[in-house]
Design a protein. Sequence first.
Length: 98
Amino acid sequence: MLTGKQKRYLRSMAHHLDPVFQVGKNGTNEHLMRHINDAIEKRELMKVQILNNCLDDKHEIAEELAAETGSELVQLIGSTIILYKESRDHKQIELPRG
């Protein structure tokens, strides 16, 4: 579980990142989850964009992505989801204590 200080730190790091994946009108599926899981293992921190034609609730999508990939939901702002998962093999981000 991330603390408020750690979430603020991760939000500042994610500010300049571009979304890696997009969730469209078909919503999420197993194929998308597998790709997100692989990508987040390498990157640790990533953005996912929810497109306007997606009919599913963005809060449900964000929680589903976090649960299925085993990552932490850092922020849902507008239609952008920020996810963080500590990498086992490609650790790059050192979180502040607290």
